[in-house]
Design a protein around this ligand. Structure first.
Ligand code: NAP
Length: 298
């Protein structure tokens, strides 16, 4: 049985959809905080179980019988994600799960300025110490976030950033499909009992290019058919500009951490593994910028 948390969300929901193309629904269970939200999976013949990291008593039944368990990283930036992940990993160990897979982030590191990636690093440490085989899916930064971070450049002709840096913008749909490929490959390799597997420890799943924001402005210029300039404002001027648009300071500083991590090179690496798993070129930053409607801020 492959047990998947976070399937009511975008990433792991898409992973379940891609997994269904590779194995029968009877071999999959999804774990949802609100089982009603998971109704579409039940209708596909997938087992739906209740489970919430914040309610550890719900987890033993939720994770029961998992040869592979895909743990979503907690999504609330104000929650104590590491504590939630600790409870989830402890429950997985107690349930005798064969392998834990975890949705991490490229640049997971204890010293990154991007807060969630420090939580991912702490979670990877607890996975390494758990004694259970584990895979950390270090996904590149969601490419659709670029449309949000770049702002209304089509109208303004500018992209304003606090500082420049490289980011390997990666389509969430591609990361989701790669997770399904890995889950299915583990299952095929082991006949279901997936303690062994070729994807062990951290694996980095990124698009093949990591453009700077200056590169991004050049791509935007080509797409717009007129110049789009990059404005590098510096941290405090950029934060002030965010506050002036009504953005809460917490969010502005959180987002500043993204740019600081980019400038520090945390998102600059690229890895051919994603393309190899997909058997095609992953979507690119250009594809994300060319998307007709800027996506919301996640
Ligand atoms: N790589 C990136 O650039 C990037 C960007 C943003 C986020 N992320 C991370 O990637 C994860 C998946 O992304 P996504 O786009 O699928 O996010 P999403 O659409 O917000 O989905 C998050 C999922 O996590 C579940 N969840 C949250 N807290 C939980 C808890 N305490 N116990 C059990 N389940 C919980 C949610 O359940 P409900 O449906 O009940 O809310 C939902 O199914 C996020 O959670 C976040 O950690 C990565």
């Amino acid at each position: 049985m492959i047990v998947i948390t976070g399937a009511t969300g975008a990433l792991n929901g898409a992973t379940v959809d891609r997994l269904l193309e590779r194995m029968p629904a009877s071999g999959i269970a999804v774990v949802a905080r609100d089982v009603e939200k998971a109704r579409r999976f039940a209708e596909l013949g997938i087992t739906v179980r209740h489970g919430d990291y914040a309610d550890p008593a719900s987890l033993p039944r939720a994770f029961d019988g998992a040869e592979q368990l895909l743990l979503v990283s907690a999504s609330d930036p104000k929650a104590d994600a590491v504590a939630l992940h600790r409870d989830a990993v402890d429950a997985a160990v107690a349930a005798g799960v064969g392998r834990i897979l975890y949705t991490s982030h490229q640049g997971a590191s204890p010293d990154t300025p991007f807060g969630p990636a420090r939580d991912h690093a702490a979670t990877e440490r607890m996975l390494a110490e758990s004694g259970v085989p584990w895979t950390s899916l270090r996904n590149g930064f969601y490419a659709h976030s670029l449309a949000w971070l770049a702002g209304p450049w089509r109208e303004t002709g500018t992209i304003a950033v606090p500082m420049d840096g490289r980011v390997s913008w990666t389509a969430r749909a591609d990361a989701a499909e790669a997770a399904a490929v890995i889950l299915a490959a583990n299952r095929a390799a082991t006949g279901g009992a997936s303690a062994a597997g070729p994807y062990d420890g951290p694996v980095t799943l990124t698009a093949p290019d990591a453009p700077t924001f200056a590169d991004t402005a050049a791509i935007a210029s080509e797409l717009a058919g007129r110049p789009v300039a990059l404005e590098v404002l510096g941290s405090e001027e950029w934060v002030a500009a965010q506050l002036a648009t009504g953005q809460p300071e917490f969010m502005a500083r959180f987002t500043l951490g993204i740019y600081e991590a980019a400038a520090g090179g945390y998102f600059a690496g690229t890895d051919p593994l994603l393309g190899a798993l997909l058997g095609r070129a992953p979507l690119s930053a250009r594809d994300a910028l060319a998307a007709p409607t800027p996506a919301p801020a996640r």
